[in-house]
Design a protein around this ligand. Structure first.
Ligand SMILES: NC(=O)c1ccc[n+]([C@@H]2O[C@H](COP(=O)([O-])OP(=O)(O)OC[C@H]3O[C@@H](n4cnc5c(N)ncnc54)[C@H](O)[C@@H]3O)[C@@H](O)[C@H]2O)c1
Ligand SMILES: O=C(O)C[C@H](O)C(=O)O
Length: 354
């Protein structure tokens, strides 16, 4: 192509006539598409809720991931703006934006991994379950789209209450005949990230050297850090155990209160989501020994879903690990966690089955 033709093409892209249009017509979004041609081969990833508090930093960080070749950013508001912004980053992934329900199908078609941070966040005084009424419907709609357009994709579900939204997603996929339990993962990585940070603080270690399994679910007492299984091996006094367990369980509330009405964790969540998504992509690529905690379909307890360590592979959560030995404090915590989890799981299932 002649130089003047190339300049004319780029200049046309930079003058959008209708910012509400989808990527197939939107000049800026198409510009992003064109600019990154020639990027490295890799996986196709969609973020649903990409314009939100989590969605925006998550979109930025996924654009930086060398395993991603195509990044689809979907939201019901402001997707063109976030897409134009992220697309200027000089990394390999092609970025395309999708705005609103009519473009959900295009956003999802061909995706290998779908990350869902769509939905309302908590304000002080609310529990995650208080978000159920709004977020359950959002998750149902988005999962119906996944069942239709990319039924084989791995799904990383972030929207709260995770303890109920994962069962909702499972029921939607069952109804559509596309359910693969290994490919549906509730993201509990932020609990692990917090646990590593707080435990490292107590031990006086670099958090990168610390690994804490966090099992159960993702709300209050259902978040159960297994401090007896921390790596490197260590021990805690009863006071330390109580302090750490409570702080990890209440980590989300700590941020909600500090933000004082302006939402919940977004930056640490985007960091955790990218850490987890990267592990999923490495599993998809065939890397060996990828193990992390996630809330998945499980036979580890008598509940249908439970968070434990899982091995991530080409098929998603290919192996779900047992809890391992628990101490008395953890055994008591497990019973409390199971009691609350059973109710939250049933609430999610009933929402679709009703
Ligand atoms: N799993 C976790 O550890 C964890 C951590 C933090 C937050 N969360 C949850 O993540 C969710 C998002 O939090 P946030 O702070 O980013 O909220 P936010 O309000 O800042 O962003 C949510 C985004 O979702 C979009 N959205 C709403 N309905 C949609 C739909 N039908 N389709 C697509 N997008 C839609 C909104 O337009 C918005 O851009 C909340 O439910 C929050 O509780 C989970
Ligand atoms: O606490 C919240 O509501 C958001 C999230 O679940 C978190 O743990 O930070």
């Amino acid at each position: 192509m002649e130089a003047n033709q190339r300049i004319a093409r780029i200049s046309a892209h930079l003058h959008p006539s209708n910012p509400q249009m989808g990527s197939e017509h939107h000049p800026i979004l198409r510009a992003a598409d064109c600019r990154a041609k020639g990027g490295a081969p890799g996986f196709k990833v969609a973020i649903l809720g990409a314009a939100g508090g989590i969605g925006q930093p998550l979109s930025m960080l996924m654009k930086m991931n060398p395993l991603v070749s195509v990044l689809h950013l979907y939201d019901v508001v402001n997707a063109p703006g976030v897409t134009a912004d992220v697309s200027h980053m000089d990394t390999g992934a092609v970025v395309r934006g999708f705005l609103g329900q009519p473009q959900l199908e295009s956003a999802l078609t061909g995706m290998d991994l779908v990350i869902i941070p769509a939905g309302v966040p908590r304000k002080p005084g609310m529990t995650r379950d208080d978000l159920f009424n709004i977020n359950a419907g959002i998750v149902r709609t988005l999962c119906e789209g996944i069942a239709k357009s990319c039924p084989n994709a791995i799904v990383n579900l972030i929207s709260n209450p995770v303890n109920s939204t994962v069962p909702i997603a499972a029921e939607v996929f069952k109804k559509a005949g596309t359910y693969d339990p290994k490919k549906l993962l509730g993201v509990t990585m932020l609990d692990v990230v917090r646990a590593n940070t707080f435990v490292a603080e107590v031990l006086g270690l670099d958090p990168r050297e610390v690994s804490v399994p966090v099992v159960g679910g993702h709300a209050g007492v259902t978040i159960l850090p297994l401090l007896s299984q921390v790596k490197p091996p260590c021990s805690f006094t009863p006071e330390e155990t109580e302090y750490l367990t409570k702080r990890i369980q209440d980590g989300g509330t700590e941020v909600v209160q500090a933000k004082a009405g302006a939402g919940s964790a977004t930056l640490s969540m985007a960091y955790a989501a990218v850490k987890f998504a990267d592990l999923c992509l490495r599993g998809l690529k065939g890397d060996a020994g990828i193990v992390e905690c996630a809330f998945v379909a499980s036979q580890v307890t008598d509940l249908p879903f439970f968070a434990t360590k899982v091995r991530l592979g080409r098929g998603g959560a290919e192996e779900v690990f047992q809890l391992g030995p628990l101490n008395e404090y953890e055994r008591v915590g497990l019973e409390k966690a199971k009691k609350e989890l059973a109710v939250s799981i049933q609430k999610g299932v009933s929402f679709i089955k009703k």
